[in-house]
Every structure is written in structure tokens, then in C-alpha cells.
Design a protein around this ligand. Structure first.
Ligand SMILES: Nc1ncnc2c1ncn2[C@@H]1O[C@H](COP(=O)(O)OP(=O)(O)OP(=O)(O)O)[C@@H](O)[C@H]1O
Ligand SMILES: [Mg+2]
Length: 444
């Protein structure tokens, strides 16, 4: 024990000095269940969160987690800051156990590192503190699930602490803060002593350089990363998007409501299927289920749709029109035919139809359905049940060369729009019934 005490004392002495300011200081004493440090780039948000985790872990034997959407991003960001700027310099008594992906403290505390791309590690354990880095990247459902893991009770309070740069104003995390569920602490550049000299009350030379770089940003990035404001991205394709209006708590959909499914095809990129139901009285369309993922062969997609559909009575299946293309050269039936042969034609009452081919007309239909300036929107999404659609819709950006369409490539990267394409096919199905001969073509 004496050795442990000594080690602890040595660790403490060997830690780089840390003095929190502003939001980071408030974080140290905040015991609210959900707390978010929001602010522009480089204000010391992540440092504050990591320091709190380390402080708590070195004082009491707790279980904590450092979580991000993607595990790989933690290696480049949080873990570097944690090892190099928070923990004592090596050799120290805190070591990273690679197999279990956790920092182990001499007092028994464990700090797990995990990505939500492989959530088993966080989901299988209980924690006292969970730090979500760049929390705007994660879905609200992930956040809610993480909250259920806060029950280790080794610490007198249990907390989900998070940081982020601001995103668009209706982001679920901002809405959660506005509704008082999450406490938002606003962090400023002056909070970071590497940028601002508190004794002299002037920017440090490094701070002046850093702010100059941020000042060279333009538009919404300047507002978000320099000023810390929650503003919409320029060219956001659906400024109509508002989670308060468009997301509803999941409910049991009555059996007699008309239902249909739409599919956007993909193999190397994700394929996406969405389930729709329409309230016969209000005519509001609800998207109530989603399948999404890359690397699935045509047959596997069809089988998955069948399994996930359970016993829902489906009127029709509207698919990406390219799925009707013949593949005679490859001596293979069209993908739509594979779907039909695999039992999806029988699953529907009316058959499989090609979706609306015209992108712009399709987007206009989606826009009208999302609009809520005078009346409530015609389309709603069951919260958490179509997470990729929830993520993609607000992220779609206008094509600068064709403002009626979305940008499909951004800085040579494919834009993720598969769930939006499925939404477009699905809503256009309702607006423009396809010609009946399409049914026979697929049954033939
Ligand atoms: N209180 C502090 N004392 C000394 N240095 C600090 C302090 N806070 C932050 N820093 C320094 O500033 C750097 C940037 O801080 P941090 O990574 O926490 O910023 P951030 O707000 O999370 O930035 P981003 O918005 O880019 O994620 C840290 O790596 C650290 O070197
Ligand atoms: Mg950070």
C-alpha cells in the first residue's frame, strides 16, 4: 500500500501542471448527468474533459471511458493528449493495456478507450464517467445508450461529459441543451492559457498566430470554429431540416396504414432500404425503419429486407431505377429481378417498381414534404429508427454548379447520401404512382 501511495504521489508530482479556466474550470465541479463543452477550435475543451477523467480516476477507483464515433480517431487525438499532456511522463504507474484497450491506474481505476464503430466494449460494462469526444459526430441514440451505462456508482455522481465544435442550430445535441437535458458550458479561446496569458491579459505569440489561422476561415466555418456559433452550413441542401419538427418518438404503427419500402442500391457504397407508412387521416408519412450498409450482395439485401420486414403488409417496393437495368452481358438477371425471385415480389401486394428517375423533381418532393413554414411537415421520422437518414439529411450540401441538386462529391470524397436517395424514391412513390406495367415486367 505504501508503495502505491508513493507511486501516486510520484505520479502526481510528475504530471504536467494544469490550471483550468472558464468552461474547463466549471466542468471540474459540475456534477450534472450530461454536460457538454461547446466552443470554437482549440479552446481547451478536450484537455478539460481528459483532465477531469484523470483527476477522478487517480482519486477514486472508478471505471471511466473515452469514447468517440470512430476508434481510430481517438488514437490520433484524445490518446495523444491524454498520454503526453495529462498523464505523468513515462515511466509511470499508469499503463495502457493493449488487449483490453484500457488505461490501468495503480488504485484500480480503469479508463477504457472505445469507438462507437465497435461498441461492445462500452456496452458490456458500467461506468462512472464517460467522455464523448466530438459528440456532434454521434447519434442521439448512441448518447442515450451511453447514459444507460452510467451505473458503476463508485463515484458519488455519474456523468456523461462531452465536447464538440458547434454544428448546425437544430442539431440534436444543441436541442438537448436548449431543452435543459444537457448542460452546455461555452468555452472560449481565452480559456486556453497556451493561447491567452491570464497574468498579463494578452494573447500569447502562439495564440496570435493560431487566431490568425482561424481568422482566415470564411463563412460558416469561421462562425463555428473561430466564433463558436451554432450556425447552418452554407449551401445546406435542406435548411428545412429541424429535428424538433421531423423526429417523433417511435410508436406502434396501426396495421391498416398503407406501407411501402424504398431502396437505394449500393455494394461498394452502402445500400439503403427505408420503410414508409402513411396515416390515412392526416396523410402524414412516417419513415419507421432503415436498413443500411455496404458489402451486401443483391440476394443478401433481399433476404435482409424480408427478415426485417417481419409481417408488415407492404403495398409496393420502389427501387433505384438502375436496378432494373438488364445485365445480359454478365448473363445475370437485373437486380430488381433478383429481388423479385428472392421473394420480395411476393412480399408486396403490388410489386416492385423503378423509382422516380429525375433527381431534381425527386428532391423537390422531399423538400415539400419537409417544409413546415405554415403547416407541420408531411414527412416525419421515428426517432432513432433511421439513424443514417437522420445523419445524412442535414449534411447534404447544394451542388455549386446546380443549386437544384445535391453535391455528390466533396473534395474528391463521395458524399454519403444513400439514405437520402432512398427517401427521395420513397416519397416520390407516393407523389407519382408508377405505371402499372412495371409490375408485370417484374412478375414475368
Ligand atoms: N489549461 C491548459 N493549460 C495548458 N495548456 C492547455 C490548456 N488547455 C489547453 N491547452 C493546450 O491547448 C491544446 C488544445 O487544447 P484542446 O485539444 O483541449 O482544445 P479543443 O478545444 O479540444 O480543440 P478542438 O476544438 O480543436 O477539439 C492542448 O493540446 C494543450 O496543449
Ligand atoms: Mg478537442
Amino acid at each position: 500500500m505504501a508503495t502505491l501511495e508513493a507511486l501516486k504521489a510520484r505520479d502526481k508530482a510528475a504530471r504536467p501542471p494544469y490550471q483550468p479556466y472558464g468552461a474547463a474550470l466549471k466542468l471540474m465541479t459540475c456534477r450534472n448527468r450530461e454536460v457538454l463543452l461547446s466552443g470554437p477550435s482549440g479552446t481547451g475543451k478536450s484537455m478539460g474533459c481528459l483532465q477531469k477523467i484523470d483527476l477522478a480516476a487517480s482519486q477514486t477507483p472508478i471505471r471511466a471511458a473515452i469514447v468517440r464515433k470512430l476508434r481510430t480517431a481517438l488514437t490520433q487525438a484524445a490518446m495523444v493528449t491524454f498520454s503526453e499532456k495529462v498523464l505523468p511522463a513515462p515511466p509511470n504507474a499508469i499503463w495502457f493495456h493493449h488487449e483490453d484497450q484500457e488505461y490501468r491506474y495503480p488504485n484500480g481505476s480503469k479508463v477504457v478507450v472505445a469507438g462507437l464503430d465497435d461498441p461492445r466494449k462500452v456496452l458490456s460494462t458500467d461506468f462512472d464517467l464517460i467522455y464523448v469526444q466530438e459528440a456532434t459526430e454521434v447519434e442521439e441514440q448512441d448518447w442515450q445508450i451511453l447514459l444507460t451505462r452510467l451505473r458503476n456508482n463508485a463515484l458519488s455522481y455519474q456523468q456523461l461529459l462531452a465536447d464538440c465544435n458547434p454544428s448546425y442550430p437544430n442539431h440534436w445535441l444543441k436541442v438537448r441543451c436548449d431543452n435543459g437535458l444537457t448542460t452546455m458550458l461555452e468555452s472560449y479561446h481565452e480559456d486556453n492559457p497556451a493561447l491567452y496569458d491570464h497574468a498579463k491579459q494578452v494573447w500569447t505569440p502562439f495564440g496570435r498566430e493560431y487566431l490568425k489561422t482561424l481568422d482566415s476561415l470564411t463563412g460558416y466555418l469561421h462562425k463555428r470554429l473561430r466564433q463558436g456559433q451554432w450556425v447552418a452550413a452554407e449551401g445546406m441542401f435542406f435548411p428545412e431540416w429541424d429535428p424538433e419538427q421531423h423526429l417523433v418518438e417511435p410508436f406502434e404503427i396501426p396495421d391498416d396504414w398503407p406501407r411501402w419500402i424504398s431502396v437505394d442500391y449500393g455494394f461498394a457504397v452502402p445500400f439503403c432500404a427505408l420503410w414508409f407508412a402513411r396515416d390515412p387521416e392526416t396523410r402524414v408519412v412516417y419513415v419507421y425503419r432503415e436498413l443500411y450498409g455496404p458489402g451486401l450482395r443483391d440476394e443478401q439485401q433481399a433476404d435482409l429486407i424480408k427478415t426485417r420486414n417481419e409481417d408488415d403488409r407492404i403495398l409496393q417496393l420502389t427501387v433505384d431505377p438502375s436496378m432494373f437495368n438488364s445485365r445480359t452481358e454478365q448473363k445475370r438477371p437485373s437486380i430488381a429481378q433478383v429481388y423479385a425471385d428472392r421473394g420480395l415480389a411476393r412480399l408486396t401486394q403490388q410489386g416492385i417498381f423503378p423509382g422516380q428517375n429525375n433527381r431534381k423533381q425527386g428532391w423537390a418532393i422531399v423538400r415539400r414534404a419537409l417544409a413546415h413554414d405554415e403547416n407541420p411537415p408531411r414527412v416525419r421520422f421515428l426517432k432513432g429508427l433511421c439513424p443514417n437518414l437522420e445523419r445524412e439529411l442535414p449534411a447534404l450540401v447544394r451542388d455549386p454548379l446546380d443549386p437544384e441538386d445535391t453535391q455528390q462529391q466533396s473534395k474528391s470524397k463521395e458524399v454519403s447520401d444513400h439514405a437520402c436517395d432512398a427517401l427521395r424514391y420513397g416519397l416520390a412513390t407516393e407523389a407519382l404512382p408508377p405505371p402499372p406495367q412495371a409490375v408485370r415486367a417484374i412478375f414475368g
